[in-house]
Design a protein around this ligand. Sequence first.
Ligand code: RAM
Length: 928
Amino acid sequence: MKATSFVVFITSVFISFCSFSCKNTNVDAPDSLTVSEGFKNPIGFYDSLPSFSWKLPVTESVKSQSAYQIICASSKGFLPNNPDLWDSKKQESPQSTFVKYQGENLKSRQKVYWQIRFWNQDENASDWSEINSFELGLLNNTDWQAKWVGLNTAKNNIRGVRKFLMHRPQYLRKGFELSSDVVSARLYITAKGVFDVHLNGNDVSDDVMSPGWTPYNHRIETLTYDATEFVQMGKNSIAVELASGWHSGRVSRRTALYDNFSSPKILCQLEVVLKDGSKQTIISDESWKGTTNGPIRLASVYDGEVYDANLEIPNWTKNDFDDTSWVPVETEDITNSVTLEPKRHNTVKPKMMLEDAEIVSVNNNIAIFNLKQNMVGVPKLNVPMKKGDTLKIRFSEMLLSDGTFYTTNYRSAKSTDYYIAAKDGLIEYTPKFTFHGFQFVELSGYDKDAQTKSTWVKGIVQHSDFEKNGTFTSSHHKLNQLQSNITWGLRGNFFDIPTDCPQRDERLGWTGDAQVIVPTSLFNYETHAFWTAWLQSLRENQSEHENGLVPWIVPDVLQINRASPGWGDAVVLIPWNIYNITGDKRVLEENFEAAKKWIGFYKSKIEDKEFIPKMRSFGDWLQPYPTKTGKGGNSGDTSKELITTAYFAHSSLLVSKMAGILGHSKDEKEYYDLHKNISGVFRNTFFDKNGKVKNGKETQTSYLLAIYFDLLKPETKIKAQKHLLKEIEKANNHLGTGFLGTPILPKVLDEMGEIDLMYKILFKETYPSWFYSINQGATTMWERWNSYSKAEGYNAESMNSLNHYAYGAIGQWMYERIAGIAPLTPGYKKIRIAPVPNDILSSASASVNTPYGEASSSWKMDNETFTLDVVIPPNTTAEITVPYATPKNTLINGSTINKYSNIKSLSADKESIKIVAEPGTYKIQTKL
Ligand code: RAM
């Protein structure tokens, strides 16, 4: 062979080798790209310092990520070769979640296109992902040229329940002309109140009660809509319906600070880019017109809506409408003291429709309908009426024994809608500016001659717009009903903010309830952004207090300067839990200072006793069988001083841990030392040498707090555990816990190895227990363990919500231990699969959409075999504990453990084996 042909030969061998190996190493692109707390291609985005997350494809060739590259550009066409905003370059790192943007500063309105690729465990590069984008909203008050506009409705002096001022809903509009064809249009809009906006007769969105609820004295959220398809060259019109909502309604009780009884207003700025290259901006200003002579006569969060169809205004949202008889609006300038910021989580939306109503009774032309599920939202009505008649629409969560409505628990909330008919025939009505918590609907005032039909009433379920994040199911129908009640409790109370209840004259953002439910909520729904948004409100309300007080509720409409242990600790516990479940460090960064301030609040409350703050406390709220009866018993029997000191110690430790993660070593030490000092005082003050509670009543919760927060010496802790077991035994294996003790109970019993006992407590049918409410017909979680019983009827207290999520906190244990899936390190980078089966179940399974992809754990047991099916997403590893297994009696995907290459055996004892698994799908079978 000549030298040249040898070279050609070698080159062609090389090329064919290369193309062969390239073909083999082709790695699919990553997918599920999101920015910050899980946003997909957002517009009107709030975050100019976003982070990026993606998921690796689930394929044989991808186990993990060894490196990544993110590129950002101001135009799609620049990708992937000319990323003018940021090129992370190849970063050797397994991080595929919450990677911080480090490019050019981003400005209001800016659109960023981005793409990502990764290298797998064998250093093979993936294809580039699809191009995603985000577009910022108006980030600064100075971006707004618009003015607040509206009619002065306060001057009508309409008084409602408890003489609170009510405002007639307003209809506001403006016609405008565009001089050229439209390339793109953005509508930036918000309200002091709640609004619904129309462009040229079109509904711009199906958002409900926008912009939602923030501490309006600090911040009002703004919405951004893509209005491109709604506007055109020539004549256009924008029309807005406006009502009080939370801002100007009686829900915002204290008037002075918020100016909340001032008349509602809107702020709106439509920015249009035209084909001729120019930009035209239409703003809310003195040129707008308005009227209160529209069909929605009154609307209140608590009390309902009044709609008079005779006052409908045909075509008022369209161009040819003549508004000369309408009055000019009043205007108000934007002030610097209240920031206008793009909404940082999704709005409330109609999420589901309950269509299967049942007629319960028809008496004297009053018909009662049952939607068979306690829900939150509004009814959709299709009812025959006679012109001029008024349809009265009442709601209730349950019925009294005589078949009439139980509404004592709505307290002063009237929760009643009215519809006045303008014609004979079938009317269609869905209230717009209120919402109700209900299962039953009562109608009166409909056409007496009509045959009552179940189709007259449907239920539109509304909640903040997030998707499911996990599923849990088992072989036990009551456990499944509990899971259903938990998820309905969450949906019903995630109405823009986390509320305690959705139906009575309260519906407030109680911090204690929120803190206990966070882990369960994150298993079930994509609520990361929902929580971090609310935490911003919490910090804003805390900033009103120099001493670091975190108010009972957020937004703080009570303004009574009071805080409670276990409630204010939300500022520590919620960020901590979110970090551990999502792996997003930013939640710690954002809340670290606020968490420190809260510890400062505890310190400021120390009077005569060292490290024991003296402060108000809700105690272990709504503990069953309290010594005191009636209202006085609400805070239970656990010593309030004990609770306060326990939370003071625990939160100090968590602040120290946060400091460690954030690299603040001085704080890490300082708060750790503080924790140690408090713990010392705690154990000496509240426990004797035998681990028994002193200076207070023995309760399950006093032991639970001491044990779970690790506040006792190891030898005393073991003794205290025995006392706890005695307390449980005394209660005949029933729980004896309120809002604070209940979420901790399963964790402590689990740590003690008392799994069977926990199952016993969980599967108790009698009061107090989770199944007790199910046996009484509950379809949601209740505020009290004994809110209602078939035998005795309703709890005598009017504070008796039948839709209250706090006791749903057991959901975390159902996912983590019954089905067996939990994050082992923050954000599920390491996953723990460790189910604890029990004879009462023959199967249980859960799946979770982790930041790395779907993970699941699913087991079933028959006489001969225990089978565990596990899915582990790429870029993670899992530690799997297989109960009943020995290396000999167990097969993994058909092979014995030592032969299965994706698995490393860690340890084995008589009862289980522990293995480490790479990403993949496993069927683990153990012969019993
Ligand atoms: C009531 C509710 C709420 C609770 C407070 C202390 O308003 O039960 O859930 O957090 O009391």
